[in-house]
Ligand binder design. Structure first.
Ligand SMILES: Cc1cc2nc3c(=O)[nH]c(=O)nc-3n(C[C@H](O)[C@H](O)[C@H](O)COP(=O)(O)O)c2cc1C
Length: 256
């Protein structure tokens, strides 16, 4: 029996949670990483259990994540929905992910909402910094154990999960993209390589396309020179709000 990990994870927190759930399940792991810009994974999973993970963007599943994971189909295969959010709220993302997975032919047997360092977090304005931490990883591991137990009992019931239908309306900050400090940037190309939407081109300088950018902040977090930064007024205001209002630690929630 394989444990299939299917995820979209620009800054890596979702991936870490899924890896720890898989450790708790303790079977052979197969990875389907839909994060790279040209990821076009199309397959059908018929054995074992499929764990789907996405970050929460404005209380929803990011559009690009929904588009990429929907090409991975099931054949009534047991599946688990996992969302990872930055200590604000996950709102309707978990039920939305559950619905997407079911439409793709899986049987959802469990769900979980975990916390990851907010994409907008920095040393100056930390928001859920360094999460998932050891406690979060243990919660993920124990969730894996629960999943194994449920499968062993042949219990394929879908539990109720927190969230509303219809889902909340999508909101986003249009036209925003991180910029580059050209005096520090060495044109190494890391930002371009880690961008999940191919929004960054290097051509004697770094060019960022705000139409393609989803503000995932992978380029900021992975730049070895710390040369990428946010300058958009609306995003800076959002960061200030999150920094002020989202400091009380939230804990993982499991639905099984
Ligand atoms: C555009 C955008 C919107 C976000 N919206 C939310 C949100 O509604 N609630 C929340 O708690 N965190 C939100 N976050 C934070 C991410 O869900 C969180 O940092 C997550 O751990 C990132 O996952 P990843 O490391 O797999 O990329 C948002 C992040 C971005 C980039």
């Amino acid at each position: 029996m394989n444990t299939h990990l299917i995820f979209f994870s620009p800054t890596g927190t979702t991936k870490t949670i899924l890896e720890n759930i898989a450790k708790g399940i303790g079977k052979q792991i197969k990875i389907y990483d839909t994060t790279p810009a040209y990821s076009r994974i199309t397959t059908t999973i018929k054995d074992g259990v499929a764990i789907f993970g996405v970050p929460v963007y404005a209380g929803r599943v990011p559009i690009v994540a929904a588009e990429r994971i929907k090409n991975i189909k099931g054949d009534k295969t047991p599946a688990v929905a996992v969302v990872v959010y930055g200590n604000r709220e996950y709102e309707d993302a978990l039920v939305e992910l559950k619905d997407l997975i079911e439409e793709a032919g899986f049987k959802v047997i469990a769900g979980g909402a975990f916390i990851g360092e907010h994409s907008y977090s920095s040393n100056e304005k930390p928001i859920a910094i360094n999460r998932p931490d050891d406690n979060d990883k243990l919660a993920a591991f124990n969730f894996g154990k629960e999943i194994t137990k449920k499968l062993a009992q042949n219990d394929l019931k879908t539990p109720n999960m927190k969230g509303n239908i219809p889902y909340k309306e999508r909101i986003g900050i249009k036209g925003a993209t991180p910029l580059t400090k050209f005096d520090i940037c060495e044109l190494c190309g890391t930002c371009s390589a880690v961008c999940p939407t191919d929004a960054i081109t290097i051509n004697n300088k770094v060019i960022s396309d705000s139409e393609k950018c989803i503000m995932c902040c992978a380029c900021i977090k992975k730049c070895p020179k710390e040369a990428r930064y946010i300058a958009t007024k609306a995003t800076l205001e959002r960061i200030e709000m999150l920094y002020k209002n989202c400091q009380i630690r939230k804990e993982p929630e499991i639905f099984i």
